[in-house]
Design a protein around this ligand. Structure first.
Ligand code: NAD
Ligand code: UDP
Ligand code: UDP
Length: 330
């Protein structure tokens, strides 16, 4: 979309070299705005943004959001944080710092600039939920001292900070609780279930089903999720969220594995491995609020989204599941 200088926003995307961040940047640039991408490349990759370097409306700064950042922008999407359990448990103290110190710094920046700021929160704030499907008014069931706590409690504290800056400083905030999202540019070795299963299926190796495979997740395709984030950012000032963004169609991990086998035509067999500690048994968003306030609901079915995700992994070099095991062990 062509824009005049006056109607063009300069948008900061932290975590912009990651899976969701890089798709969000593509969308913001396509809408005619300017983007400043800030990322320390912990789980993100320059490869996700290399197609943007010749775009005069795109800038990149390699920076860790746990340190202060003084830049001039009109709007902030705060996505910086590893999202995969394997990655966020790799250096749990840094994960908490990224969520908490990162939020303080980005909120401080938004306060100085008097600009709108959106937080990429997560369904993990509900922990291993006892309410199903999850509604935004559910306070969650979270272990504060387990291996997932660095992420869950870090994200919960970030939400607290967003609402305190809103109440204390009148900041315009938006909080999205994102449920499992998948698609092209997921990191090949980040250990999330969709990428693991596809890589294993393509390599003809066993599909690693943790536990009995009856635990559930609800998978949202990336383009749907990005549309939800942009609608939330553009929603009226009095709508802060938190709002669930995710696809409400729920699958067991075994069903997901079977879909991946079908889509790849792979002869891989399932192998059962121990269920990680505190792994949520079920997860499904209630998206009534997003429908009512944002006019948003996902459009892409899992089998269609898997098709393009499998194509992505087929077309790009990918690590073998042996490399994945190496990542798990390290
Ligand atoms: P990702 O790991 O691909 O992207 C995260 C990005 O943040 C990476 O580019 C990483 O290098 C960067 N980063 C990490 N720590 C940083 C730091 N201290 N300073 C600067 N940059 C840093 O993950 P993603 O799936 O794109 O997730 C993006 C955001 O959405 C995260 O905040 C995540 O918690 C949230 N989220 C994602 C999902 C999902 O299913 N993908 C679900 C819920 C919430
Ligand atoms: N901050 C930043 N960029 C800015 C303004 C603030 O990174 O443009 C950081 C700064 O490190 C500060 C934090 O945001 O510690 C919180 O800012 P705030 O103004 O809320 O609090 P204070 O400056 O009083 O600590
Ligand atoms: N999982 C699995 N095999 C894998 C990776 C994950 O069975 O190789 C399971 C995991 O135990 C969880 C679900 O898939 O129940 C989703 O895991 P993921 O790490 O993608 O995200 P989470 O929703 O747990 O943050």
């Amino acid at each position: 979309m062509a824009r005049t200088y006056d109607s063009r926003k300069r948008v900061l995307v932290t975590g912009g070299a990651g899976f969701l961040g890089s798709h969000l940047i593509d969308r913001i640039l396509a809408d005619g705005h300017e983007v400043l991408c800030v990322d320390n490349l912990f789980t993100g990759s320059k490869r996700n943004i290399e197609h943007l370097h010749s775009n005069p409306r795109f800038d990149f700064i390699r920076h860790d959001v746990t340190f202060p950042l003084y830049v001039e922008v009109d709007e902030i999407y705060n996505l910086a944080c590893p999202a995969s359990p394997v990655q966020y448990q790799h250096d749990p103290v840094q994960t908490t710092k990224t969520s908490v110190h990162g939020a303080i710094n980005m909120l401080g920046l938004a306060k100085r600039l008097k600009c709108r700021i959106l937080q990429a929160s997560t369904s993990e704030v509900y922990g291993d939920p006892t309410v199903h499907p999850q509604t935004e008014d559910y306070w969650g069931h979270v272990n504060p001292i387990g291996p997932r706590s660095c992420y869950d409690e870090g994200k919960r504290c970030a939400e607290t900070l967003f609402f305190d800056y809103h109440r204390q400083n009148g900041l315009e905030i938006k909080v999205a609780r994102i449920f499992n999202t998948y698609g092209p540019r997921m990191h090949r070795a980040d250990g999330r279930v969709v990428s693991n299963f596809i890589i294993q299926a393509l390599a003809g190796e066993p599909i690693t089903l943790f536990g009995d495979g009856n635990q559930t997740r609800s998978f949202c395709y990336v383009s749907d999720l990005i549309d939800g984030l942009v609608r939330l950012m553009e929603s009226p000032a009095d709508f802060t969220g938190p709002v669930n963004l995710g696809n409400p169609v729920e699958f067991t991990m075994r069903e997901l594995g079977e879909l991946v086998l079908k889509e790849t035509g792979s002869k891989s067999k399932f192998v059962n491995l121990p269920l990680p500690q505190d792994d949520p048994r079920q997860r499904q968003p209630d998206i009534s609020l997003a429908k009512a306030k944002l006019g948003w609901e996902p459009k892409i079915k899992l089998k269609d989204g898997l098709k393009s995700t499998v194509k992505h992994f087929r077309d790009n070099d990918f690590l073998t599941s042996q490399d994945l095991r190496g990542r798990h062990a390290s």
